[in-house]
Design a protein around this ligand. Structure first.
Ligand SMILES: [Zn+2]
Length: 82
């Protein structure tokens, strides 16, 4: 991980403002959903993108029992239960 070049303060409610240049660079907009990941000494923020439950692909998703599944994995599931 490399420094982004910004220092931010956490407010009384625990909020942090992501500087506009970073929001622009990572295509983050008001009301977007972000996902937080943890590393031993860091919290990583990533724009949330729904992805396939099995392979992580984010294109051509179908809802299967309330889980997103891509077309490729869906066809493989169908092969298991012809
Ligand atoms: Zn998949």
């Amino acid at each position: 991980m490399k420094p982004a070049g910004f220092l931010c303060k956490i407010d009384k409610l625990g909020r942090v403002v992501i500087p506009k240049p970073l929001r622009s660079k990572y295509d983050l907009h008001t009301d977007d959903t972000i996902e937080l990941f943890t590393e031993p000494d860091a919290i990583v923020i990533k724009k949330y993108a729904m992805s396939c439950t099995f392979c992580g692909n984010s294109e051509d998703l179908t809802d299967f029992k309330s889980k997103p599944v891509c077309a490729d994995c869906l066809s493989k599931l169908k092969e298991l239960n012809p």
